[in-house]
Design a protein around this ligand. Structure first.
Ligand code: MN
Length: 213
């Protein structure tokens, strides 16, 4: 089984004017595709790994041969992170509601404060990486920024929302103005998808509970 580039769930120009068409084309078709190619290339001599999903690979990096471990971590992370990034955006954006909205209020005070905190962490992050809203092992929400393509699922965290901080994500339109890119990005967050990610955690917890019973 080869890893494949997922289709964008919208057109390249759909996130204009906040994220420009050319950036979306290069980012999806060139950058994301390159991570997948390098991942497939690294795995080609390891048939025992070819049936594993990218999630399984990242969650069990210790079982990946040392020779290709870093390549799988970087490019598998590049594949997983971008796949999630495309899904948590949509034209028109919106606001969180339901269970997730309540959890954001409980943790950060209100939605505006959550946004300020997430943006601050993103602006202050040095170099290439990603900002994440995750649920930790006890289900509590946390904002973290991780370097390169490091992925929270490798640390037992559940990703809900992610923002790409690599320059390739914004340089064509925003050049050195990362704060402007981050501010604009809030207009295209797909909160329904983030809520779905959050509900899935609770469902899988319930399933685990049922298994134990
Ligand atoms: Mn990227």
């Amino acid at each position: 089984m080869k890893h494949e580039l997922p289709l964008l769930p919208y057109a390249y120009e759909a996130l204009e004017p906040f994220i420009d068409t050319l950036t979306m084309q290069i980012h999806h078709d060139k950058h994301h595709q390159a991570y997948i190619n390098k991942l497939n290339d690294a795995l080609k001599n390891y048939p025992e790994l070819t049936e594993k999903s990218v999630e399984d690979l990242l969650m069990s990096l210790d079982s990946v041969p040392e020779k290709i471990r870093l390549t799988v971590k970087n490019n598998g992370g590049g594949h997983f992170n971008h796949s999630l990034f495309w899904r948590v955006m949509k034209p028109g954006g919106g606001e969180p509601s339901g269970h997730l909205a309540q959890s954001l209020i409980n943790k950060f005070g209100d939605f505006a404060k959550f946004k300020v905190e997430f943006s601050k962490i993103s602006n202050n992050f040095f170099g290439s990486g990603w900002t994440w809203l995750v649920a930790n092992k006890s289900g509590e929400l946390e904002i973290i920024a991780l370097p390169n393509h490091d992925c929270p699922i490798a640390m037992g965290l559940r990703p809900l929302l992610v923002l790409d901080l690599w320059e390739h994500a914004y340089y064509l339109k925003y050049q050195n103005r990362r704060p402007e890119y981050i501010e604009a990005w809030w207009n295209v967050v797909n909160w329904e998808e983030v809520e779905k990610n959050y509900e899935n955690i609770h469902q899988s917890k319930t399933k685990l509970q049922k298994c134990r019973d």
